[in-house]
Design a protein around this ligand. Structure first.
Ligand SMILES: Cc1cc2nc3c(=O)[nH]c(=O)nc-3n(C[C@H](O)[C@H](O)[C@H](O)COP(=O)(O)OP(=O)(O)OC[C@H]3O[C@@H](n4cnc5c(N)ncnc54)[C@H](O)[C@@H]3O)c2cc1C
Length: 486
């Protein structure tokens, strides 16, 4: 058998997630896109499966997994199913899947798979095998999903160590030496007895969301409680600004614009006729897949990267719009949408500001539904809910005398703020190599809002093993490998 480091080097998937080849240290966390739960499960399960199939690990391997979120747990169960006896899983918080316990959103296990054929089926794409954690439609409530993770661990006879972090890992002669640090007193079971491992995998997720305007003290709402969302939507006379063009802001927009809790609920309630639905889903699935494949192989260091990436996403947005128009041409679909919309959005009091003229790396269903609502409002109410090509520059309290504006939720939530927007040109469509928007005069603008939600993407995380994997950010998944390597 060739040396382990050579096997890893020759495998594009293992290579991408490798932190140290000699000691078999891997990391599937950090900002990898796409980053749905399913994507993360595929990464962690594939990593274990490939390592086993290529002989990097065996039934006698002493395996460490850091992080008991969906991907860490799925990796541990996959390893157990392969016959590994010694599996240690550590978790920083007091319970499994800490992110799933967030009350900011209704985390849903299937909606990010739309419009693929396997969406709603709880299986992996390509080989259609079942997830090691049986997330199905009914399990999209956080409390139920936590129970499903716990039950899956129990069935595999694995008990995580809670309240533990990795400290000073060292990679030595093909093994990983770990010091464990207890960060929560009175957590269960103490620290792991073993400190030396044959393979280690970090599944600590990705960084928290950036909710702060650059160069400003303003912090928007960090996490909205789900119930508050509907309260805000009821108060339709206030002006609400959501800033950002990724999943976070799109999901907030959907929560405030409709009376539904999740994108999946909105989509189902549209009741698009079966034949039309099939046609729309097929078109969107194909174009999204093509984009994922192309985007991952764009050279991020090339001077043309920005233009190429904008063209890809701009084209994607255009195709979504065509499908949206098809859906809205059905009068029943229009009526169903109308019934769902809140007064807040119909009155034009909800705005979504983003710095391009299209959304960036977000999931197809969020993209489709937000464009659907925009199109409906433009056509039927002469309202544009978007402030595209605008980036927040400054936020000031409009009533400085009334309160000291530290811009924290408790002190500022009910006050009016003036937002200065700077016009952005970088992502507009190109026509004969000229940026279209440069040919039009565009002004920076100011507007008043009562509430401002800031979603500026994901911050950096500290890698659990001291350094990041070889290709941080690469969306290595079965469908993003070049076809020759699948
Ligand atoms: C607000 C929000 C909404 C989302 N909505 C959806 C959705 O609807 N559908 C969807 O498919 N995806 C959604 N996602 C993405 C999804 O949450 C992630 O893809 C998924 O949680 C990744 O699973 P994971 O196990 O890799 O990481 P996580 O779920 O983040 O789990 C990592 C675990 O590791 C622990 N940990 C972290 N650092 C350490 C450390 N140093 N030592 C030990 N333990 C550590 C954490 O406490 C946590 O329990 C959403 C993400 C966010 C932030």
């Amino acid at each position: 058998m060739p040396p382990v480091s050579k096997i890893i080097k020759n495998d594009p998937f293992l290579r991408a997630f490798c932190v140290d080849a000699n000691s078999k240290v891997f990391d599937v966390s950090g900002f990898f896109t796409p980053i749905s739960i399913k994507d993360q499960l595929i990464r962690s399960c594939w990593l274990i499966e490939k390592s086993f199939n290529l002989g990097i690990i065996s039934k006698n391997t002493n395996l460490l997994i850091v992080g008991a979120g969906p991907s860490g747990v799925a990796a541990a169960i996959t390893a157990r199913n392969k016959g590994l006896k010694n599996i240690t899983i550590i978790e920083r918080s007091k319970a499994v899947g800490s992110i799933l316990q967030t009350t900011s959103r209704n985390i849903d296990f299937v909606q990010y798979d739309w419009a693929s054929e396997h969406w709603n089926k709880g299986v992996f794409p390509l080989d259609k095998t079942k997830n090691p954690i049986p997330f199905v439609l009914e399990s999209d409530e956080p409390s139920k999903s936590i129970k499903i993770i716990e039950d899956s661990l129990l069935a595999a006879d694995i008990t995580p160590y809670f309240g533990i972090e990795v400290e000073k890992p060292t990679f030595n002669r093909g093994r990983v030496q770990i010091n464990f640090k207890s960060i929560i007193s009175n957590s269960n079971g103490g620290t792991p007895k073993t400190t030396e491992f044959d393979m280690a995998l970090s599944c600590v997720g990705f960084g928290s969301e950036i909710v702060q305007i650059k160069k400003s003290k303003f912090r928007g709402y960090k996490f909205w409680e789900l119930n508050n969302h509907s309260e805000y939507a009821k108060n339709f006379e206030q002006n609400i600004l959501i800033s950002g063009g990724g999943d976070g802001s799109l999901q907030d927009f959907l929560l405030l614009a409709t009376k539904k809790q999740t994108a999946k609920d909105i989509y189902n309630a549209l009741r698009i006729p079966a034949a039309l639905k099939k046609e729309i889903e097929k078109t969107i699935f194909e174009v999204e897949e093509r984009l994922k494949r192309k985007e991952v192989w764009l050279n991020k260091n090339s001077p043309n990267f920005q233009t190429e990436s904008c063209e890809l996403y701009g084209n994607l947005q255009k195709i979504h719009k065509e499908q949206v128009v098809k859906a809205l041409s059905n009068s029943k679909v229009q009526k169903n949408l109308e019934k769902m919309l809140t007064k807040l959005v119909i009155n034009g009091n909800l705005k979504l500001a983003f710095s391009c003229n299209h959304f960036s790396a977000c999931y197809p269903l969020n993209r489709f539904l937000v464009i659907l609502i925009e199109q409906y409002l433009k056509e039927n109410k002469a309202i544009n809910p978007f402030l595209s090509n605008y980036r927040i520059e400054k936020i000031e309290s409009s009533d400085k005398k009334l309160h000291i504006c530290n811009f924290n939720e408790a002190e500022c939530a009910e006050y009016n703020h003036t937002v200065s927007f700077k016009h952005q040109c970088k992502c507009d469509f190109k026509a004969n190599s000229t940026c279209v928007c440069k040919t039009k005069p565009h002004k920076d603008i100011k507007a008043n809002f009562d509430k401002i939600v800031v979603r500026f993407g994901i911050g950096k995380i500290t890698p659990a093993f001291g350094k990041p994997p070889a290709l941080p950010g690469m969306q290595i998944l079965p469908y993003s490998l070049p076809e020759s390597e699948i």
